[in-house]
Write a protein that binds this ligand. Structure first.
Ligand code: BTN
Length: 243
């Protein structure tokens, strides 16, 4: 594994993508930044992180044979790799909030931004960006955000944590068979935040509705059992979980 350490960059995802287009990089090349100046989050949001306190890094993954229609399995592998690392550290009440936020109780501790490079119907490469709140203690009054130090009361070595996550990623991305992937979906579903609990959502028109999270479809849509007992599937733009 090649580890590139930067003191500052706009976004490790953007840096790694640029590097990949201009060089031949090995599988699991990692770029980590002490300080990210324009960190990117899901759906065009920003990712803010105090310099030197947290993990902000991106990993290049070159999946063997994953079709574009099956790309959600990448989200599953990444979420489970981080889940495994954090569960070894005994982070309390760990859950995965669909599609791939890692939660402890009601607080988000890790965000994931996966950007896929396609070649026809296949995933040619995937830039897996991970922002894990580690040693930061204050979050500018952001609600429902926490860090490992706030949760576990000690300071963590960032590079050690990063290597542990990358090892878990390598293990999970090795599971390429159909049966193995089916099993990963099942494991992921057991760890879903608010699964089978009565929950409130908003739709694209900002209308509230009630439902129960039941799982994810093979395409990665969230399956919600609606009040009229019909199971509906939603993509990321179509639904927001409120509580
Ligand atoms: C989210 O929850 O919205 C996803 C956040 C992803 C943040 C990470 S930090 C490292 C990598 N580089 C970026 O610009 N974003 C990801």
């Amino acid at each position: 594994m090649q580890l590139i350490k930067l003191s500052a960059t706009d976004s490790t995802n953007a840096y790694l993508k640029d590097l990949m287009f201009n060089n031949i990089l090995g599988d699991f090349t990692v770029v980590m930044a002490h300080s990210q100046l324009k960190g990117r989050g899901q759906m065009g949001t920003n990712w803010l992180s105090e310099p030197g306190k947290n993990l902000t890094f991106s990993v290049l993954v070159k999946p063997q044979d994953i079709q574009v229609v099956d790309q959600f399995v990448l989200n599953i592998c990444v979420s489970l790799a981080i889940y495994e690392t954090l569960s070894q550290l005994q982070v309390p009440d760990l859950k995965i909030k669909w599609p791939n936020d890692i939660m402890s109780g009601h607080s988000k501790i890790c965000g994931i931004l996966i950007e896929n490079i396609l070649s026809g119907q296949h995933i040619q490469a995937s830039i897996v960006g991970i922002g894990l709140n580690v040693n930061q203690l204050t979050f500018n009054n952001l609600p429902n955000v926490s860090s490992l130090k706030l949760l576990l009361g000690r300071t963590f070595n960032l590079e050690e944590l990063l290597l542990n996550i990358v090892e878990n990623l390598k293990g999970l991305f090795g599971n390429s068979g159909e049966e193995e992937q089916k099993r990963l979906f099942e494991v992921y579903e057991t760890k879903l935040f608010r699964k089978d609990k009565p929950s409130t959502f908003t739709n694209q028109d900002n209308e509230m509705f009630m439902g129960f999270i039941k799982g994810v479809s093979s395409g990665g849509k969230l399956k919600i059992l609606m009040e009229d007992n019909i199971l509906k599937e939603f993509n990321l733009k179509e639904v927001k979980l409120l509580y």
